[in-house]
Design a protein. Structure first.
Length: 74
């Protein structure tokens, strides 16, 4: 099962100069603390929120997911 890469979401937001308040507004949250809980993993983003995140963060939805790459010995 793939999991959201919350570090990527946060770093991309910061890289683009988008505040948590701005993201909270775009996602329809009543407060910045609610968005913060999502970004820090206390709550899980819903599937219908991912298109908004990808639009605001100017990336693909696939970018939000951890790449489960197996390490192999060479």
């Amino acid at each position: 099962m793939k999991t959201l890469d919350l570090k990527y979401i946060k770093s991309r937001r910061v890289e683009l100069g988008i505040t948590q308040q701005m993201m909270a507004n775009k996602l329809g949250f009543k407060s910045v603390s609610t968005y913060s809980k999502y970004e820090n993993g206390a709550h899980a983003f819903r599937a219908d929120q991912l298109p908004v995140l990808s639009y605001e963060l100017n990336c693909n939805i696939a970018d939000f997911f951890n790449k489960n790459v197996a390490e192999t010995a060479i």
